[in-house]
Design a protein around this ligand. Structure first.
Ligand code: 5GP
Ligand code: ZN
Length: 113
């Protein structure tokens, strides 16, 4: 298994895990871009949004629910935050395991760099 996020999900690589349930795992980004920078990933390996079968799109809704919940527990729900999913090379996706970034705790600038 050469997918780094699968290895984190399996507990083979350490990560600062802050939430887990039957579907997803959330852990702090190793290179945080803001005071709060959390990655929410499915336990199941899905390479990207482009690889997400329509019958599994409810999974992304659950990831949004978890992001909202973590925004509250991280104390950024009121101040505001951003959720981002990069898809593919030109979309800026580096790790080919579906993930949602939850970023906040500072003023964020325009998002379409
Ligand atoms: P992408 O550019 O694919 O949307 O974002 C991948 C993110 O994963 C980056 O923000 C990067 O810092 C983070 N990341 C890459 N490898 C690791 C790792 O081994 N552990 C953690 N916690 N984050 C990682
Ligand atoms: Zn994976």
């Amino acid at each position: 298994m050469d997918c780094i996020f699968c290895r984190i999900a399996a507990g083979e690589i350490p990560a600062d895990v802050i939430y887990t349930d039957e579907e997803v795992i959330a852990f702090r980004d190793i290179n945080p871009q803001a005071p709060v920078h959390v990655l929410i990933i499915p336990g199941e390996h899905i390479a990207s949004l482009a690889e997400l079968p329509e019958e599994k799109s409810v999974l992304v809704g659950h990831m949004v629910d978890v992001a909202n919940r973590l925004a509250r527990s991280e104390g950024i729900s009121e101040s505001g935050y951003r959720v981002v999913m990069n898809c593919g090379r030109q979309g800026g996706q580096d790790v080919l395991h579906l993930h949602m970034h939850l970023v906040g705790g500072r003023q964020l600038a325009g998002s379409f760099g």
